[in-house]
Design a protein around this ligand. Sequence first.
Ligand code: GAF
Length: 442
Amino acid sequence: MSVRNARDGNANDGGGLAAVFAEVYGGEPDGVWAAPGRVNLIGEHTDYNEGFVLPFAIDRTARVAVRLRRGEPGMLRVATLQGDGGRVDGDGAGGIEVDDPGTDGGPSGRRRPGVVEVAPDAMEPAAVPPWARYIAGVVWAFRQRGVDVPALDVLLDSDVPIGAGLSSSAAIECAVALAVDDLTGSALGREELVLLCRRAENDFVGAPTGILDQSASLLGTAEHALFLDCRSRAARQVSLPLAAAGLSILVVDTKVSHAHDTGGYKALVAACDRGARELGVSALRDVPASRLGEARDVLDYVAFHRVRHIVTENERVLETVRLLEGAEADGAEADGPEADGAAAEARGPGAIGELLTASHASMRDDFEISCAELDLAVDAALGAGALGARMTGGGFGGSAIALVRRDAAGTVAERVRDAFVEAGFARPDIFGVAPGPGARRL
Ligand code: GAF
């Protein structure tokens, strides 16, 4: 049995999107920009605790065709090829005007998506349908920063699955941010765009998230994971030569969907803040493992367990980086599939499996953000020979990842699917991902 690649059957190149843009808005876009989703290899919920993360950009992207209508006041028009995004239900429309979607399709033969119009003085979350908030929020954040963004037409498409814990929303934000940065000449630079997108997500969408997702999407590079210190924002590319090591990473999208602007994520942030306050530090990053005994004595049950996850997870990230960089330092020995044996598995990607699995246990037991489907995905993958497995992303659903030997990928996927059928769960979507390039103009 084979495992399909992430891009099979759903890629939409820039030219295709530009052609649909012309049908929808009339006229060519100024360009098409793409930004990837991410898999977080390890380092979960450490970002807003000023700790360490190690995500990689995946080979699935959100793409936006964009045109500035220079000289026109700042009306934003947005449309999407995803789902029924262009259509909003009666009372959700607020101050938005929604075109009737065409039914005949244009030369592309596809149904023309509806266009949502957002007047500059109606630029607030309640006036924008949920899918469009990530676009409007970025435009709003540019304007808040004093960048003069004129009227703008945007057409979105994406093959990052929504609600799967792979940062479909950050991918949209980053694609739009790069487009607006390029077209307005604001030249903020990628590090600033990370912060701007986070602001859009925190203050416009209303999700109190950290900088993990936007950093992976904007700063990621092919064949590498991004080691990021979320306090100093120092970033380093760490080689992740999966194919050369004879390895793959499988994503198991459980189809249990999650959202971070709802209560669960906010409660976690609040518990971490409480833990930090009661331990007298500005962020949990500053709690060493040697203080966990004391933390157990002074904190309530919930705060202690959240703190313990953050403290141990930061250590696991550092150890993962050590193992990956140790292999890099070994140099030539890591070259080629021939190096798969004992040496490659003592260091390098083949050596990080146990850390991934320990991270999952910590999220399940201390952070309490797993669910039956994620636990089953992890257990079934490990039972089928995966080197390590963990849930990835914010939790409460979404995806698990499994580090597997390439030649065992099909078997692992099949065993996970069988386990889901046996448990009576919905059929998961299972696919391979590779570390791909960060956001770019197509
Ligand atoms: C979500 C958030 F958006 C990130 O900032 C991060 O906190 C992650 O959950 C958990 O590691 O993806």
